[in-house]
Design a protein around this ligand. Structure first.
Ligand SMILES: [Zn+2]
Ligand SMILES: [Zn+2]
Length: 361
């Protein structure tokens, strides 16, 4: 491990409910196991899940903890058994999973994403708000040259999550996808869905994100301000997108994808989902989502969740982003700015797009 220093700059969470602190003397991770790599972090994203860790809803294995699970950077060291598809100097990102157990039914059935005995970087073990981070090579995502480090970082959770969720919707071209919640995930979802040739309805109750998605290179077919438009009116507008050939269709969206937490968003989404349609849950509201039996039985609505992303889907996603030139709206910070400036911006109601820390570029 030549040229790798002994200590590094990093952000740490010291207690649940406490503030992040900047340090410049944290030991660089060492003792890679056979399947691990050490990434020199270039950029790292700040995800909504970070707040669930800070508040102690998701628990770290131990505190202090280095947050962030959206790393991009360069491989600077690797374990003996890392696949030869990777080499020193490669540009990579990584999903947050690490060391799934290999023995549970999910691990044995090729669904390690659902393993319940694993580590998650930035959540249970140290993450990417640091100059170096260890990553499990099974979850590495090669970063195409067309994607910069700061553009790549938000793809490792936000991008991967919505791409996987949209793939799981199993929509056909021309069908209607309503995206509820146009934050970091939502504005990526709009672009992915447009490039997949679905008809896209973008819904939020805040003016800033609605304006932002209208300016995207791949903008939605329809935007709805749910603070102004009730669900009956929304359905009327959505119906104008149904193709003239599908005369025998029920009103509403074929699939609704809910990417935000407020419980009202789920009520709204369910109401505008057409009969026999699907509502996909990606947000993580702190209260239970209420669903009437009428929606499940008489309207035959399917409700399903979507967890992060398989590694295969994430690797498809970055190629898709490179091919279509999809851009993430980002606001960038230095590591030193995380505890104050970045957190103030994060809590601002006018915040648009994704927060990304440029650790070293
Ligand atoms: Zn995340
Ligand atoms: Zn397992």
């Amino acid at each position: 491990m030549a040229n790798i220093p002994k200590t590094m700059k990093a952000i740490r969470l010291h207690e649940y409910g406490g503030d992040y602190r900047f340090h410049d003397d944290i030991p660089v991770p060492s003792n890679l196991d056979d399947y691990e790599v050490l990434i020199a972090i270039k950029s790292a994203g700040f995800c909504h899940t970070e707040m669930l860790v800070r508040d102690g809803i998701f628990k770290a294995k131990q505190l202090p903890l280095i947050p962030s699970h959206e790393p991009t950077g360069i491989i600077v060291a690797m374990g003996a058994k890392v696949s030869n598809e990777f080499k020193l100097g490669d540009r990579v990102g990584a999903l947050n999973l690490s060391h799934s157990c290999g023995q549970c039914p999910d691990c044995l059935n090729d669904k390690p994403l659902y393993c319940e005995d694993f580590n998650a970087t930035g959540i249970t073990i140290d993450g990417a708000f640091a100059e170096y981070q260890k990553a499990d090579s099974h979850w590495l995502v090669p970063l195409p040259d067309e994607i910069s480090f700061e553009q790549g970082a938000p793809l490792m959770c936000a991008g991967a999550t919505v791409f996987n969720a949209i793939e799981r919707c199993a929509l056909k071209k021309g069908e209607i996808l309503a995206i509820v919640g146009l934050g970091a995930l939502g504005h990526l979802a709009v672009q992915f869905a447009k490039c997949m040739e679905f008809k896209v309805v973008a819904i939020d109750n805040r003016p800033e994100p609605l304006e932002l998605v209208q300016k995207l290179k791949y903008s939605p077919d329809l935007t709805i301000d749910s603070s102004q438009i009730d669900t009956a009116n929304a359905i009327e507008q959505i119906n104008t997108l149904q193709s003239a050939t599908t005369t025998k269709n029920y009103p509403g969206a074929d699939v609704t994808l809910v990417l935000t937490d407020p419980i009202v968003a789920y009520k709204y989404a369910l109401a505008i989902t057409k009969k026999h349609g699907t509502m996909v849950v990606v947000g993580q509201p702190r209260e239970p989502i209420q669903i009437a039996f009428r929606d499940l039985i008489f309207r035959d609505i399917t409700v399903k969740g979507s967890l992060l992303s398989s590694i295969e889907s994430a690797r498809r996603m970055v190629k898709f982003v490179a091919k279509h030139g999809i851009q993430t709206e980002i606001n960038t910070y230095s590591l030193e700015e995380v505890p104050n400036k970045m957190m103030e911006d994060f809590h601002s109601p006018h915040m648009k797009g994704k927060l990304v820390v440029n650790v070293s570029l």
